[in-house]
Design a protein around this ligand. Structure first.
Ligand code: KG4
Ligand code: ZN
Length: 337
């Protein structure tokens, strides 16, 4: 069974073909970083125009790499939310066109559920129930995965998503875009214990909500207190970034561990761009060993946005006969439950 999937929820134009829900035949990702870099963030209007330009060539490339003609696919899947309305619309238009032209079944996918399936693609042994932590540029959410297709959101961020904070701090420090991978790298030479930042709500055991905008402000204010000469010192900058990352990790771990204790689940799966972070991966893995919990990370290409995870999720829904109507619209604020 061949599933062709399209993912255009933000600034990555992605098309993939996955066989039987788990074998990736092609997974093409075209990022638009060069166009958004000078703004230090994604410009929605630019993103949707670039999707329009890239989608057909990327579709061709995905088919070529998989050795499959569009007419041979069994189902077409596409992200319909959450995300940027204009960007979602571009992917949906193409997916619906393929469905109509080639008379194929169509499945609309929740982007967050897609991120859950990224771990499943890499870890066939990942079986519910488990806790999922989705951390990306747009989302920070803890989810109880009772079964595939059966989810309960435990809590999400009240303000900034964690990836957004990485990007905004990087913008303020003028170290490049997107901030996540750059901060990840620079922090490797920094001392995570030099500055003590607190993640918002990190010690609140009442619920699973996060708050990261206060942490962002604290990091930027600390940086601003230094003189121009001091700011040129790489050690200072790297220590500041490493300390910021440590605070992010500590907050995410505390809430995730709280969820594990409350549910009694033994597995934790991570997903979203920030789950590519090397410090976070190392710290979570160590905690997993210490507490005898199974920690699942997607491979680096499947952490950030991609269409293979959408195809895997689409195959799952297709196999259960869960098809979507062709008049479905983009749903920018879509939730997992
Ligand atoms: O999942 P994703 O590609 O898009 C959304 O759904 O938002 O995540 C993008 C986010 C960006 O904020 C980027 O800075 C962050 O993931 N990111 C990272 C790393 N790689 C990407 N954050 C921390 N460490 C990384 N290595
Ligand atoms: Zn995402």
């Amino acid at each position: 069974m061949y599933c062709l999937a399209i993912e255009t929820s933000c600034d990555d134009t992605c098309v993939a073909i996955v066989k039987d829900g788990s074998v990736i035949l092609s997974n093409v990702i075209s990022n638009q970083l060069d166009f958004h870099r000078r703004f230090g963030g994604v410009v929605p209007e630019v993103a949707s125009r670039k999707h329009l330009e890239y989608l057909i060539p990327i579709l061709d490339q995905a088919c070529q790499e998989a050795g499959i003609d569009v007419s041979q696919i069994d189902v077409v899947a596409c992200t319909y939310g959450p995300g940027l309305a204009g960007s979602l619309l571009m992917g949906l238009c193409l997916a619906k066109t393929i469905a109509i032209l080639f008379q194929k079944p169509f499945v609309a996918i929740n982007h967050l559920e897609g991120h859950l399936f990224a771990s499943r693609l890499d870890h066939p042994d990942l079986t519910p129930p488990f806790i999922s932590l989705i951390i990306s540029g747009g989302h920070t959410e803890l989810i109880m995965v009772k079964d595939w297709g059966v989810y309960t959101s435990l809590g999400r961020t009240r303000d900034d998503a964690v990836g957004e904070v990485y990007d905004k701090i990087a913008k303020h420090l003028a170290i490049g875009y997107p901030g996540g991978p750059i901060i990840d790298l620079l922090s490797q030479n920094g001392n995570p214990n030099r500055f003590h930042f607190r993640g918002g709500l990190e010690d609140n055991k009442e619920n699973f909500e996060f708050s990261f905008s206060g942490l962002k402000t604290a990091v930027i204010r600390t940086y601003n207190q230094f003189s121009l000469n001091e700011k040129k010192d790489d050690t200072l900058r790297n220590d500041l970034l490493a300390s910021f990352q440590h605070s992010v990790y500590r907050t995410l771990w505390k809430k995730t561990f709280l969820a594990v204790k409350k549910t009694g689940y033994q597995g934790i799966s991570l997903g979203g761009g920030v789950s590519a972070n090397s410090y976070l991966r190392h710290q979570f893995s160590q905690q997993g060993e210490q507490h005898q919990l199974n920690i699942y990370f997607p491979s680096l290409t499947l952490c950030t946005d991609n269409a293979a995870m959408i195809a895997s999720c689409g195959s799952f829904h297709f196999s259960r006969g869960e098809l979507s109507p062709l008049d479905i619209e983009p749903h920018p604020q879509l939730r997992i439950v």
